[in-house]
Design a protein around this ligand. Structure first.
Ligand code: AHG
Ligand code: MN
Ligand code: MN
Length: 359
């Protein structure tokens, strides 16, 4: 029983079961100010978090309700079969940002053209680029999926609503991150001040800080590639795969969801690769809302992202849904894959020179 004679214990440390840093507080703390930019980014991250909570709830009930799983019967702009979950998640992001006032335009894997919210445009000079469900082949079998997002400032030159100003390199991103819908829901983000991970506490409905300033190890044991494409790949990639087969200390992990594979590598090191194949010479992954946001994160965590010949953040897309080969992860492991690709390129160039001399 409380002793009325004793002064009240004002030590708040017992009020919380641990140091609960919420996502929006964390964004503001990083700016160390309440500037307009800090408030915008905090509000933007809050909206992404709301979308993530709505989608996490839908995913967790997907097997129990009608019309959540399976295909829609349509194909998207990339010719891929669209799942009901893709449509749902795409729509959630639109609805959440429709009322935000902050975002004038959204561009997503599931929409051929950017989606404008004209009523937001006078004040909301930001664009959200996103992959609403990454790894959608995992949805129907209750395995992990994710979402990937990036935020870019929108220039006033986009007066013709064409979205041409989006065709810029990845250094233009001001924030990027992903959501992982796994045994728990996690949100990992960066505003260019390190990479930070949050776990959703469903009882509070809040993302709570789990790991701050994540540093990807310089080397890790995991290589993550679809080896089913082995004979579809260039000889350089086959040589890399042969190399890891023949050397101790490597282990393969491939989940079918880039976000899941990337998350493992971010925390434990290693490399993910989706190179060009005969069928898809540019690879499968899309630059603006898959490769570039994750490249932004990995660089912030001390790792690297490359096409094999160029830094991913330097790549300028020629269209909204452009694809690039992607090699991403620990510095040393990315460099190893690059060394095979660059070696092959050197040999090819030498052969071309010899052939031209012979003519
Ligand atoms: P999405 O579901 O957004 O289309 O992305 C799927 C991507 C990525 O998540 C994953 O790494 C890759 O496709 C798997 O492709 P393969 O089945 O060709 O290996
Ligand atoms: Mn994807
Ligand atoms: Mn997707």
């Amino acid at each position: 029983m409380t002793d009325p004679e004793q002064p009240l214990d004002l030590d708040h440390k017992y009020a919380l079961d641990r140091d609960c840093t919420t996502l929006s507080r964390h964004v503001l703390q990083q700016f160390q100010s309440f500037s307009a930019e800090a408030q915008d980014l905090s509000a933007l991250m809050n909206r992404v978090a709301l979308a993530a909570k709505l989608i996490a709830r839908h995913l967790s009930r997907a097997g129990l309700v009608e019309d959540a799983l399976g295909f829609t019967g349509r194909t998207n702009v990339q010719g891929e079969s669209v799942k009901k979950m893709d449509v749902y998640a795409n729509q959630v992001f639109i609805s959440v940002f429709q009322e935000s006032g902050l975002v004038c335009r959204l561009a997503s894997e599931e929409m051929e053209d950017p989606y404008y919210i004209p009523e937001n445009c006078p004040i909301g000079r930001y664009t959200l680029l996103y992959d609403p469900i990454d790894g959608s082949s995992n949805v129907d079998i209750n395995l992990n999926v994710g979402a990937i997002f990036a935020i870019r400032r929108q220039g006033s030159e986009d007066l013709d609503y064409s979205g041409k100003d989006l065709l810029q390199d990845g250094h233009q991103q001001i924030a990027a991150g992903y959501v992982l819908y796994g045994p728990s829901t996690m949100l990992v983000y960066s505003i260019g001040k390190g990479v930070h991970a949050f776990t959703l506490d469903p009882s509070l409905g809040e993302f709570i800080l789990a790991s701050e300033n994540i540093h990807v190890p310089d080397h890790g044991p995991v290589y993550s590639v679809n080896e089913g494409n082995f004979w579809q790949c260039e000889e350089s990639i086959r040589n890399y795969i042969r190399y890891v087969h023949r050397h101790e200390g490597y282990t393969a992990r491939y989940s079918g969801a880039l976000v899941g594979d990337f998350h493992r590598i971010l925390f434990q090191g290693g490399v993910f690769l989706y190179p060009g194949t005969i069928k898809k010479p540019e690879g499968k992954l899309r630059l603006l809302y898959e490769s570039a946001p994750l490249a932004f994160l990995i660089e912030q965590a001390g790792g690297r992202a490359s096409t094999g010949l160029q830094n991913i953040l330097d790549v300028v897309p020629d269209r909204l849904h452009a694809r690039t080969p992607l090699i991403i992860g620990s510095k040393e492991d990315v460099a190893l894959v690059e060394s095979f690709i660059q070696e092959e390129q050197r040999e090819r160039q030498e052969q071309e020179i010899l052939a031209s001399k012979g003519n």
